[in-house]
Design a protein around this ligand. Structure first.
Ligand code: FES
Ligand SMILES: [Fe+2]
Length: 359
């Protein structure tokens, strides 16, 4: 727990949340105000007027100008104060911060660190958000969770919890019986689990119309600091999914064969708001029932319900940690914690190297 990795993209909003009105959202303890300028580009400024600190989001956008709602100072899209009512001179320091911003995969991403290091290539490959071969359901609005973001990183890399938290929808009691394989990349951790010849979870049975057992895969890949791509799918048991019909690259689809199974991605951008609160942007992208509003609704409602259960768990976990001033040092670890612990180590290393470059 502590400071945040700054040199990274963070999801600040869904693209559809941002229009010509000021929109306030705090990330990494920085209050931001976002709006679209007259050509439709997203502008991100510090949500704190340099005069007397009123949130600029309480003011109004006039063309490409954001006017403070208290004494009318006006700021352009670069954050420079360009007008002070009643005087011709803008005093020194008449500027608010801005950050690099990128609109991609239907998210608005903000780079919170050194602007010279901002690089689009550091985003995960989430092309399935824009690919016509995949149908997308966005988790809207994002969940707001009263917990430290790393608790959520742990959650998404340890899917054994499906057997307990999600038994009514996406879990079965068999999940933890199957071992995981963990691999570490430079800035990422991958967890793979195959659940073979096993009954489908309730939502899986509905999605796939299966009559018998299935072979199911879970590929979860997390990148520093907190992107998590979960690729899951299933085929009828014994139909060869594990033998090679399922490609090994998590970012490339599709897996299951037409009519014999399905696959979907669960794309997770976890953005710290403060030390103990987190924004959770998730989306699903599926490779079946593409033009099917009923299936959209199944995903929207079914998986939001499932994730609400995670939110409740994480909030309760954080509350207990706060109550007893516990920290990550006095808990025990079990085998399924391996991927989450590997990611925590990478986040700590990234933080240490950012702190080192300050001196
Ligand atoms: S606080 Fe913004 S103009 Fe005074
Ligand atoms: Fe979960």
């Amino acid at each position: 727990m502590g400071p945040f990795v700054k040199n990274a993209w963070y999801a600040a909003a869904w693209n559809h949340e941002i229009g010509p009105e000021p929109f306030a959202r705090t990330i990494l303890n920085e209050p931001l105000v976002l709006f679209r300028d007259t050509v439709g580009d997203v502008v991100v400024l510090e949500d704190r007027c340099c005069h007397r600190h009123l949130p600029l989001s309480e003011g109004k956008v006039i063309g490409d100008i954001l006017q403070c709602g208290y004494h009318g100072l006006e700021f352009d899209c670069s954050g420079a104060c360009v007008k002070v009512p009643g005087q011709t001179r803008v005093p020194p320091g008449g500027i608010v911060r801005t950050w690099p911003v990128l609109e991609k995969y239907q998210y608005v991403w903000v780079w919170m660190g050194d602007p010279d290091k901002a690089d689009e290539a550091l985003l995960p490959d989430w092309h399935v958000m824009d690919d016509p071969g995949w149908a997308v359901v966005k988790g809207d609005p994002p969940f707001h969770i009263p917990c430290h973001y790393e608790l959520f990183n742990d959650n998404l890399l340890d899917l054994s919890h499906l057997a307990y938290v999600h038994i009514k929808n996406i879990g079965t009691s068999a999940v933890p019986d199957f071992p995981i394989v963990t691999t570490r990349g430079k800035n990422s951790v991958r967890m793979i689990r195959w659940i073979l010849d096993s009954a489908p979870a309730p939502l899986y049975a509905r999605f796939g119309g299966f009559e018998g057992n299935i072979d199911r895969w879970q590929y979860a890949e997390a990148m520093v600091p907190s992107f998590n791509t979960v690729r899951v799918g299933c085929m009828p048991a014994g139909s060869g999914a594990q033998a090679g019909d399922h490609p090994d690259d998590i970012a490339r689809g599709p897996g299951g064969r037409e009519g014999q199974g399905f696959e979907f991605y669960n794309l997770n951008a976890i953005t710290p708001e403060t030390e103990n609160s987190t924004w959770y942007f998730y989306a699903h992208s599926r490779n079946f029932a593409l033009e099917d509003p009923e299936m959209d609704e199944e995903f929207r409602v079914g998986l939001r319900g499932a994730f609400q259960d995670d939110v409740d768990i994480l909030a309760a976990q954080q509350m207990n940690m706060d109550r007893h001033a516990h920290n990550a040092k006095d808990w025990i670890d079990i085998n399924v914690d391996g991927p989450g612990l590997a990611l925590r180590k990478m986040v700590d290393d990234a933080l240490a190297s950012e702190i080192k470059t300050l001196f």
